[in-house]
Design a protein around this ligand. Sequence first.
Ligand SMILES: Cc1cc2nc3c(=O)[nH]c(=O)nc-3n(C[C@H](O)[C@H](O)[C@H](O)COP(=O)(O)OP(=O)(O)OC[C@H]3O[C@@H](n4cnc5c(N)ncnc54)[C@H](O)[C@@H]3O)c2cc1C
Length: 747
Amino acid sequence: MPVRKDTEQLIYKDLPVSHLHHSISRSLLISAKKVELDTETPKNQKKMAQESSINTASRRTRILNNHLVQFPSKPTSCLQSNSCLSYSPPELTESFDFDINEMRKILDFHNLEDRDWLFGVIKQARVFNGKERGGRLFVSPDYNQTMEQQREMTMKRIEYLLERGAFDGWLTKKGVEAELKKLALLEVIQIFDHSLAVKIGVHFFLWGGAIQFMGTKRHHDKWLRDTETLAIKGCFSMTELGHGSNVRGIETVTTYDSKTGEFVINTPCESAQKYWIGGAANHATHTIVFSQLNINGVNEGVHALIAQIRDVNGNICPNICIADCGHKIGLNGVDNGRIWFDNVRVPRENLLNSVADVSPDGQYLSAIKDQDQRFAAFLAPLTSGRVTIATSAIYSAKIGLAIAIRYALSRRAFSITPNGPEVLLLDYPSHQRRLLPLLAKSYAMSFGGNYLKMMYVNRTPESAKTLHVVSSAFKAIFTWHNMRTLQECREACGGQGLKTENRVGHLKGEFDVQSTFEGDNNVLMQQVSKALLSEYVAAKKKNKPFKGLGLEHMNGPVPVIQSNLTSTTLRNSQFQMNAHCLRERDLLNRFAAEVSLYQSKGESKERAFILSYQLAEDLGRAFSDRAILQTFIDAEANASAGSLKMLEKGEPYLVAEFVGLLPLQNVLGLLRSMYALICLEEDAAFLRYGYLSTDNAAAVRNEVTKLCGELRPHSLALVSSLGIPDAFLSPIAFNWIDANSWSSVQK
Ligand SMILES: Cc1cc2nc3c(=O)[nH]c(=O)nc-3n(C[C@H](O)[C@H](O)[C@H](O)COP(=O)(O)OP(=O)(O)OC[C@H]3O[C@@H](n4cnc5c(N)ncnc54)[C@H](O)[C@@H]3O)c2cc1C
């Protein structure tokens, strides 16, 4: 039976009445589905899916009326009469035509049990309700808390999770499994609260990651265990007031005193103060300091050292000044601070020396002679940051979409017939057009995120370049997508979207920072285009085929787009890939030509890049869209292969068709087409450079509208597959009338 069996049922127990309604509806759904499956042959179902959305609405109203008879009557209230609106759970009327548990597996991809365990741990902290340690810690955020209270709450939550073993092995266990588990648990934490995830991310991924990647055995032995147990609390001091994206320009200076065997760290001017350092304002005891390393009067470039900034009692160490960054538009559970170093002395061993070292007598030693390569090696810890930010952005978009779509499936506005029922928001084609392409994109980016994570955990020196480019591109594209999605979802929820308790609006403030931290999106996209260009130049120079970064498609013939695109062609994955490859290929050629033209006019290479920024931006997006589409096609193929394997193993009862469900590939195919076509529709480059004729562009637009109508019947199932337990959504996702009732005010 296609009902959701995950952590939901566990969490229902402690949900408010409005949520319980929802859980009851799920059991009713079973009988509702039985009736539907008995009376509707697959042929009929297909026909119904093709009905216009307004017809679908009236069909649903019919079903709704049938089932209202069976639905347990709502608590009566003196404020209610028969003519009043009543909440109807979307589960009563919406179809679950595919197996949502299987879909969730494809989306979440790894460590599902670990995820559910942590959802349960957080849920448990809610149940105790103040009676035990943990108390109301994980009750959804108290929005009236001051910044200081939010920070303390974040720290207590970390301690609570630590006690329950959530961080076991995060820094002391190695290998793919350990890394995937860590990534999965961080995603769960972020679904609950972004501040909590960022504070944990800074400690484990930035501070801990810097020690792991930039340090050597002496650092690992000394710091990793204490970091994992939070005996010490780390932060990561890279950004300065004067330099953020341009890390190479930082002004903090470190010199070496061979008489004492110590490094001396100094903030020479105000613009060199460390700025935005997560954890520095209140809790961090240690930091990684990035500074220019000046040895014997020679600047060896940016290096990183460990410095203690607070003692065990939380007092700020001598020669260190710390100030607060103050209240922010979001993320106030993270204590961002500023740090000044006044000739702070640290032992020579505190230099993170995987790339370069200084001997006791003060000689600079490095196997990497090239400063550029050395610098690149120093930025390695930021890769994990980009990976986690990219994937967490998609979970945030999923929360927004699950809430907005559930709301749109229970909220009605205006009737289109005299005395007729008001129309469900999601039955308005315009509402579908606002939300469903974003849902398809979120699915696509989930597959992209899974691909990125697998590349990250299986990284090798050979894959480092691709990892850098893909993580930069996906981090930028996913975080922009998240902000756009949240804004659309906020508006789609009308006034309710403004209520902080409904999460969507609040998430905007919490996640906004993602577009600029750990690599500003615009700067990252420039790096992507530069990397593509250098690949292009190298291949042309050597007269060799393209190899790497997915540019192999450039070796084949130029794809041709038919002059008259039919619906069948538009939904064909080969056509979709061809269109994406054509754009990327052409933009790369144009970008290379423009840079070269500027250079021929006497501009430097750097300035030629800067002047060609428009093509660089278009190219970065084209690369990302194409790479994401490829991961979608692969995920679809894996879903088919999974079904085939089951059949081969003689387990037809596990294959969707055999239990009256749609194979996942059918729904994935619709989503993939929506993703591919919306990318074509949204990028003016397709018309600007003539990859699509105006007629073909109109055909794309029509197809997007058709796809909206076809995805509409699956919308509840699609958001129920997103791996976000109901308890992590918000009141408007459920019985928003009860949640706002007079009796709820009195409680
Ligand atoms: C909440 C929060 C937490 C943070 N936590 C940490 C932390 O723990 N540790 C840490 O070290 N840092 C941290 N940061 C800093 C963060 O990484 C920087 O803000 C980020 O790197 C951007 O730097 P910036 O703010 O100086 O912006 P800038 O680099 O000054 O950029 C400003 C604008 O200029 C544009 N721009 C910059 N360069 C170019 C260019 N070459 N071409 C075109 N446009 C350009 C950018 O796109 C951007 O829009 C945090 C920041 C915030 C807000």
